[in-house]
Write a protein that binds this ligand. Structure first.
Ligand code: GCO
Ligand code: MG
Length: 402
């Protein structure tokens, strides 16, 4: 009988850090899973190497659900980003193996296509409004049907979401960059530039905006109300999601759709938001929410309440989890949109992905499994580099949600 024979935890920084799990079976079939937790990468690498790998050796790779339950319930300590990212990596790698063994792309194993392709949005940004408008135009010219818009708030250094290089990369310093934050300045400025985007380019595409956890519930309500004429596809993370009651307050005041969930890890974290219909899009991902097996469970729950999917897809989600996301997105009935930021050029040397972009959509390859290969030789050229996400401070110097 086929057994798991080898487990490798691969850490490399091609343009940014990625942790990748590779499982090899006694038949020589390999599967890949993404295990990247931005800024806390080595915690997951150790969890996998020191605590999970010894449990996998000798197991039947075909038993994906059983392995998921074994790792989740067997740890005793539940949920949390480190545990759920580690379980996700194992789960994703086992789906990759199952696909390769069956000779089918993973989306076929998940029930087959529900749609022709996966609608994606990308990130337009600018250090001022004219620069943002040029960037929106660039994405529309590239064929995107959905664009997220963020501009630097005047006088507030380091606003979230403003690209400096080719790809937006917030984890860029070897100690956290401390950035100032001024809520009132943001609330006065942001609705205006979103309106300017609509004035200039019209309503023939989806416009999105990420508040990035920066507002209190009543501030978020005010923001949502003030951008209603822009018909946003969503306002993302209007307020931190630990206290989920907060979303009820926002809902009472605005019809601007709400997306949240990129920092949440399990079905228990999103259950109330979904069943009480406090959000419109759930942004949990393959990599941080327990893999394909668990994310599908979340998406199925969401479908019952007309909540659609809108998975996180920033640069810190590796091409492996992006491929897994595209396979799952292609199949689920309540798919909404997929974030697609791309990766630094160096990442393409290490990860060869079959995912392609056409007509504003991503398409998986029809190769068996997930259709991604990892090049160990190339990875050797990019040793691990420690990087941190920034920290935000209010004008009085106190720490704010970044
Ligand atoms: C997004 C996210 C990212 C996060 C990043 C943190 O919507 O794409 O908010 O930009 O900040 O993934 O690691
Ligand atoms: Mg976000």
């Amino acid at each position: 009988m086929t057994r798991i024979e080898r487990v490798d935890v691969l850490v490399a920084s091609p343009g940014r850090t990625f942790v990748t799990l590779r499982i090899t079976t006694s038949d020589g079939v390999t599967g890949l899973g993404d295990a990247t937790l931005n800024g806390r990468e080595l915690a997951v690498a150790s969890y996998l190497r020191d605590h999970v790998a010894p449990l996998l050796i000798g197991r039947d790779p075909a038993r994906i659900e059983d392995t998921w339950q074994y790792l989740y319930r067997g740890a005793y300590w539940r949920r949390g980003p480190v545990t759920m990212t580690a379980i996700a990596a194992v789960d994703t790698a086992l789906w990759d193996i199952k696909g390769k063994t069956a000779g089918l792309p993973v989306y076929e194993l998940l029930g087959g296509r529900s749609r022709d392709g996966v609608l994606v949005y990308s990130h337009a940004s600018g250090s001022d409004v004219p620069e943002l408008l040029d960037d929106v135009e660039r994405f529309l010219d590239l064929g995107y049907r959905a664009v997220r818009a963020q501009a630097a708030v005047p006088g507030v250094g380091g606003t979230y979401g403003v690209r400096k290089g080719k790809v937006y990369e917030p984890a860029a310093t070897d100690l956290p960059d401390e950035q100032p934050w001024d809520t009132e300045a943001y609330l006065r400025f942001a609705p205006g530039y979103l309106a300017e985007v609509r004035e200039r380019f019209g309503f023939g595409f989806h416009l999105l905006h990420d508040v990035h956890h920066r507002l209190s519930p009543i501030e978020a309500a005010r923001f949502g109300k003030s951008v209603e004429d822009c018909a946003l596809f969503w306002m993302e993370d209007p307020t931190p999601a630990e206290n989920q009651e907060a979303f009820r307050l926002i809902r009472r005041h605005t019809t601007t759709p709400i997306a949240t969930g990129e920092v949440l890890n399990s079905i228990w974290d999103v259950k109330d938001l979904i069943t009480e219909q406090l959000i419109d899009y759930v942004r949990t991902t393959v990599v941080h929410a327990g893999g394909i097996t668990h994310l599908r469970r979340i998406f199925d729950l969401a479908a019952l309440y007309q909540v659609r999917t809108g998975s996180h897809g920033a640069t810190d989600l590796s091409p492996v989890s992006m491929a897994a996301a595209v396979h799952l997105d292609l199949t689920v009935p309540n798919f909404g949109i997929q974030e697609h930021m791309g990766h630094p050029d160096e990442a393409a040397e290490v990860f060869r992905t079959g995912v392609t972009f056409a007509d504003g959509m991503l398409h998986p390859s029809d190769a068996p499994g997930l259709g991604v290969e990892y090049d160990d030789r190339a990875a050797e050229r990019y040793p691990y580099q420690q990087r941190y996400l920034p920290v935000a401070r209010r004008l009085d110097g106190s720490v704010h949600d970044w």
